[in-house]
Design a protein around this ligand. Sequence first.
Ligand code: PRE
Length: 393
Amino acid sequence: MSRKSDKTPKKAAPAATRKPASKKVAPTAPEVDVAPLDLATLRTRIDGIDRHIQELIAERAQFANQVGKAKGKLAAAVDYYRPEREAQVLRRVVDRNDGPLNDEVLVRLFREIMSACLAQQEPLKIGYLGPEGTHSQQAVYKHFGHSIHGLPLSSIEEVFQEVEAGHADFGVVPVENSTQGTIQSTLDMFLTSKLKICGEVELRVHQHLLSRGGRIEDIERVYSHPQSFAQCKAWLRQYLPKAEKIPVGSNAEAARRARSSDDAAAIAGISAANVYGLKSIAGPIEDRPDNTTRFLVIGRELFPPSGNDRTSLMVFIKDQPGALYHVLAPFATHGLSMNRIESRPGHTGLWQYAFFIDIGGHVHEEAMRRALDELDDYAQEVKVLGSYPVAIA
Ligand SMILES: O=C(O)C(=O)C[C@]1(C(=O)O)C=C[C@@H](O)C=C1
């Protein structure tokens, strides 16, 4: 498997994430303006700004409501949701950002505003791999904000089923981890599912050792999901070499079990500590500080281009010399970059493989359409799994 960085350059600044040189710093930059003021004056200023922000949020919510009405009388919240528009709004937030808050923080704030605006119609129902307190739940909130109705489900398969059945509007499933690689059960679901990928979320994953007791040296049993054990292998070898390692279905389940005694612990995200009444006795403990999990948002339809999109394909190639080479060549010819290729047994016959390929671009764009047309001679089957906005901050 190979995968290029997801940080696609901003339109106006092809050199990585640099801001355009012409961009002006706002004349009211806080450190210049507020430094000499006393506490009472500063708080009065903040009160005034808060009032202004609140008025603007209310005004924005009214316009969003009108936009909802302009879309006509639609059946459900899912019909009002426009991921491509949300991605454009958030990219503009990032482009405008001159600090002091970082891109991730600002995107989170604006995401919550849009989430609340959309929920005026009705909150979206989002299925994810539960129970509550998992990294999947965090990914749901990162992508959809908190004004949604989360449905914690017991397996990745169930997430697909609930979206297919229409009980959930969208589902969020993990697909790869930067330390551990692909979550194969997710890719395998696409062999038979008709669902479309309509978004991706990248979540920096921090693992903690959670326990109801206080000391690492007292821990004799550690519960966690196998993926999380693998992400903390070196730390466990160094600090808990003798403790029994017990794999369970999710980190939240691990946290639930760790509640039983002081000599038990779970490896899980910090949010599980709050949900299950544990405390972090060590953390973050993942071996790689950039440990990141990528999630896919699955839904029932394909959305229009946002201007910076990725397309995921599943391709079965013909059994003939050079077939894979010929399947990949049209993307290069049409200037489309490939971010990832992965093969899985195709379940169509012995030694038949499905190739999962991620390409920069959207199927409604000319270059992608032409490249796809040219695959036909060497591909037995090409399935577009989805075209969706590249993850933002
Ligand atoms: O622009 C729209 O179509 C809206 O419905 C407004 C809005 C927003 O708050 O900006 C809300 C929900 C959509 O998912 C996208 C954007």
